[in-house]
Write a protein that binds this ligand. Structure first.
Ligand SMILES: NC(=O)c1ccc[n+]([C@@H]2O[C@H](COP(=O)([O-])OP(=O)(O)OC[C@H]3O[C@@H](n4cnc5c(N)ncnc54)[C@H](OP(=O)(O)O)[C@@H]3O)[C@@H](O)[C@H]2O)c1
Length: 279
């Protein structure tokens, strides 16, 4: 995987159609605005006019009257609907797509080949697999490039995700591992943070203090590894005094199977992604 985030392209004239600004499409729209897309160049459409208006006003963008209107002048058409809707939507847009537009699907389990088959021949199609922490600029995005995507279009996609956190090129085979290691991993981390916070409360801390301490420690540990390049085992050994509190806790962690539980969760997510992919 190569991190090719550039952020050097001027996005002020780039026009985006965002069809499906929900839990994932919304943050994708937000990160594109953060990267430099002008709000008046981001056309949003959901399943009803009211929903389109609501999503557009949350983003400070424009609500399009219809899917056809949203894509009419778009440079990039983002498909943020549910996976089962993607191919019908792509087929519906066939006649409205402007020449030179890139179609970017966020859907899990729908391959580039399936998407390309539903679109007019030669359409530039790509996939992005984001996670929700992109909404605070600390997410991860895996980009998959279809054969018809030109170099300039590929650079444009990277520029659009330049404020998302990290954006890497992956293959469609790697997307299953990517979902385990990033796409779904954020939810596993939320669950672990919840468990740690609950236990800190049980140990006697007030919930707001418990939450602040746990979140700061998780953030600090990740930042320390990222900034130092230190192996996690070295960092862990560095705080393990003989017979001390941390080694006792680490031993309990291993006895309870936390390491294998985390591995099983990641493997289950990757397996589910493989099972969803039929193409
Ligand atoms: N959630 C994640 O963490 C995540 C991560 C990576 C990838 N994805 C992918 O992102 C995609 C969306 O998932 P999600 O979790 O964001 O789902 P979601 O919250 O249900 O959002 C789906 C959006 O599509 C809109 N929509 C439905 N039918 C439409 C239509 N006919 N025309 C225009 N808009 C329509 C919905 O609008 P209304 O609200 O008006 O119905 C809603 O805004 C999926 O393909 C999923 O695989 C999700």
């Amino acid at each position: 995987m190569t991190d090719t985030s550039t952020g050097t392209i001027d996005l002020s004239a780039v026009r985006i159609a965002l069809i499906g600004a929900g839990n994932m499409g919304g943050p994708v729209g937000r990160t594109m605005l953060d990267a430099g897309v002008r709000p008046e160049n981001l056309q949003v459409v959901n399943s009803s006019p009211e929903s389109s208006e609501r999503a557009a006003s949350e983003l400070g963008a424009i609500a399009a009257a219809s899917r056809a209107e949203a894509v009419r002048d778009a440079d990039v058409v983002v498909l943020g609907v549910k996976p089962y809707q993607i191919l019908d939507l792509a087929a519906e847009l066939r006649d409205d797509l402007p020449e030179g537009a890139v179609v970017l699907s966020l859907a899990a389990g729908i391959t580039l080949a399936q998407l390309e088959e539903a679109l007019p021949p030669g359409t530039a199609a790509a996939r992005a697999m984001p996670n929700t922490p992109i909404s605070v600029g600390e997410g991860a995005v895996g980009l998959m490039r279809g054969d018809a995507v030109a170099d300039a279009q590929h650079e444009l996609l990277h520029a659009l995700f330049s404020r998302a956190g990290v954006a890497v090129d992956i293959t469609e085979e790697q997307v299953h591992a990517f979902i385990g290691a990033a796409g779904s991993l954020s939810a596993f981390v939320f669950a672990i943070i919840e468990a740690m916070t609950d236990e800190a409360v049980r140990l006697g801390l007030k919930r707001d203090l418990a939450a602040a301490l746990v979140q700061q420690t998780v953030r600090g540990a990740a930042t320390m590894l990222a900034e130092s390049g230190m192996h996690p085992a070295v960092a862990k050994n560095g705080v393990s005094s003989p017979g001390g509190t941390t080694v006792q806790g680490l031993a309990a962690l291993e006895r309870e199977g936390v390491r294998s539980g985390v591995a099983a969760a990641m493997a289950a997510a990757a397996d589910a992604s493989r099972a969803m992919t039929k193409g």
